[in-house]
Design a protein around this ligand. Structure first.
Ligand SMILES: NC(=O)c1ccc[n+]([C@@H]2O[C@H](COP(=O)([O-])OP(=O)(O)OC[C@H]3O[C@@H](n4cnc5c(N)ncnc54)[C@H](OP(=O)(O)O)[C@@H]3O)[C@@H](O)[C@H]2O)c1
Length: 223
């Protein structure tokens, strides 16, 4: 698809040390992108963004503090990036065709981008896995839960497992992984609705609202 595209992209213009980032920190920039054989480098593709994962670690990339985190700070005046899924609309790489759906762990937060193919992974069209599952269960939240539960924690059948922030993106997968391992799983969360969600939808053995428990040691000993 050669031609001229109107691109909208989110740029970090100043770091937000505390509180919610606002338009003082993030700005929507519009620009034109020429898509043709002459303007797209060899080994690159043009991707139309379809889905983007919004995860807590993104906030920590906007503080301007290098505090030993596993991910670096976003560069000022550059487009921010996140784990994304997109469709290829133009290709100058032999192994990637127009229409391929790709996962990009460092996808610019932009409706279109020009990207080298070495960081991309193709989604198998016949895998019968929804695109969104590649962002949650098979994406960063599911992977984080798997590393925590299966590699670091490695509980054994019959063990008691307690999960805080249990109804969050990582917590729901961590709890289910512990259940698969045959553990007894208890979670804490901040509302009664989420307590119900944990017990009914996510099959936790039990759950409680930590905001209603003045003594957390006593609450835990009940389970
Ligand atoms: N998402 C990822 O891919 C990923 C990857 C690596 C590491 N992590 C880390 O894993 C943790 C959870 O991430 P997530 O994606 O599951 O986040 P999330 O979906 O945003 O859920 C976080 C939950 O934490 C709970 N919470 C907030 N303040 C709390 C407090 N003071 N005490 C206890 N609970 C509190 C809130 O639920 P309640 O209503 O239950 O309080 C909130 O919904 C974060 O520290 C994150 O940085 C996440």
């Amino acid at each position: 698809m050669a031609g001229m595209l109107e691109v909208k992209e989110w740029v970090l213009i100043s770091y937000a040390d505390e509180g919610l980032p606002t338009t003082d920190h993030l700005q929507l920039r519009e620009r034109k992108l020429v898509v043709d054989d002459g303007s797209i480098p060899e080994g690159h593709v043009v991707v139309r963004l379809l889905w983007l994962s919004i995860d807590p670690y993104l906030r920590s990339r906007m503080t301007g503090r290098s505090d030993g985190l596993y991910v670096s700070q976003f560069e000022l005046n550059e487009v921010i990036e996140s784990f994304g899924i997109g469709r290829i609309i133009f290709s100058k790489a032999d192994s990637y065709q127009i229409g391929d759906i790709v996962i990009n762990p460092f996808s610019p937060v932009s409706d279109y981008c020009v990207i080298p193919v070495h960081g991309l992974r193709k989604i198998q069209a016949d895998a019968e896995i929804s695109h969104l599952d590649y962002l949650n269960a098979l994406g960063v939240p599911g992977f984080s839960a798997w590393v925590g539960m299966c590699i670091i924690g490695d509980p054994k059948p019959g063990d008691n497992v307690f999960i805080t922030a249990a109804a969050g993106g990582v917590g729901v997968f961590a709890g289910q992984l512990a259940k698969i391992k045959g553990c007894r799983v208890v979670g804490s969360t901040g509302t009664d609705e989420k307590v119900q969600l944990l017990k009914v939808e996510f099959k936790y053995d039990d759950a409680f609202n930590y905001k209603k428990e003045p003594d957390l040691d006593a609450a835990l000993s009940k389970f």
